[in-house]
Design a binder for this molecule. Structure first.
Ligand SMILES: NC(=O)c1ccc[n+]([C@@H]2O[C@H](COP(=O)([O-])OP(=O)(O)OC[C@H]3O[C@@H](n4cnc5c(N)ncnc54)[C@H](O)[C@@H]3O)[C@@H](O)[C@H]2O)c1
Length: 262
């Protein structure tokens, strides 16, 4: 049983992992600007906290075994929005974890930190170097850099998970490769809680999909062993054309307009 604080606790990914965290017996504090739509369990608390407010975050983080940082704009936006929320909260969460003495942080990075990497080259390295596809992707590169900085300064454990597509089920051909199932997202949280490794670790937030374009090696080093495979859902998409072998792993984000969501 652990004390877990989740920023962005009213969001979709938080909603996916809350049942699994409750089943594992964890106590969970959900921080967000808005209350979660789903009712709170007896093991859950909600606190309204702005994710860029270092002092408020530090107060909420005291005693936490793990901070899971999910709060952000989760799609492309104009640069000032990305800077004011995603970049500022990346700093605020890591600084607050430092001040509160938290030893483990799991931060939601994104495939869009490296979205221009071609699918057929994406597993050449366990974790490819950043190659952001949007301002949103740039904010995730900054999040990873701050995670590296604070892990090295504090000797703490920071896992930056490049989440690919976290959904209940895959919804198109691309997501047959990029899907992160809710159950595997919970396994990722459990790995961040249990690993003996300190330092910064960038891992892929992806399930054990037959078609996944990326390596599981970095995740396995911290004990993340996904189980689910999107291939189970593949017959649903039999009528759709396959992806090009060299399609960028960031999908539509690589061709959509910069600074706006379409
Ligand atoms: N869902 C995916 O497939 C996916 C893929 C890659 C990365 N991610 C990342 O995972 C995280 C969660 O994604 P999601 O799909 O749940 O997004 P979401 O938009 O559903 O949830 C984000 C939550 O953050 C909160 N928030 C935003 N700004 C805030 C602020 N200033 N202060 C406090 N709370 C604030 C929102 O109210 C919202 O509840 C995000 O960081 C996103 O970039 C998600």
């Amino acid at each position: 049983m652990a004390e877990i604080v989740i920023t962005g606790g009213a969001g979709r990914v938080a909603g996916f992992i809350r049942p699994g965290l409750a089943e594992h017996g964890h106590r969970v504090q959900l921080l967000d600007l808005v209350s979660p739509a789903e009712p709170l369990r007896s093991s859950e608390r909600f606190r309204a906290v702005e994710a860029t407010d270092v002092d408020a975050l530090a107060r909420a983080f005291v005693g936490a075994d793990l901070v899971v940082h999910l709060a952000s704009h989760a799609t492309e936006r104009p640069w000032p929005d990305i800077r004011d929320v995603n970049v500022e909260s990346a700093y605020a969460v890591h600084e607050a974890a430092h001040r509160a003495g938290v030893r483990r942080v799991l931060a939601a990075s994104s495939v869009h930190a490296a979205g221009y990497v071609p699918s057929d080259r994406a597993a050449d390295d366990d974790v490819p170097a950043p190659r952001p596809d949007t301002f949103y992707g740039v904010s995730k590169v900054v999040l990873e850099a701050l995670g590296s900085l604070y892990a090295d300064r504090d000797g703490s454990t920071v896992v930056s998970a490049r989440i690919m597509t976290c959904e209940q089920e895959p919804y198109d051909v691309r997501s047959l490769g990029t899907w992160l199932s809710p159950a595997d997202a919970v396994r990722l949280v459990e790995a961040a809680l249990a690993t003996d490794l300190t330092g910064h670790h960038v891992v892929w937030g992806v399930s054990r999909n037959t078609r996944r374009p990326v390596s599981l090696a970095a995740g396995e080093r911290i004990g993340y062993r996904p189980v689910d495979d999107a291939e189970t859902f593949a017959p649903r998409f039999d009528d759709l054309p396959p992806l090009a072998a060299d399609a960028p792993i960031g999908g539509d984000f690589t061709t959509g307009p910069l600074g706006t969501w379409w």
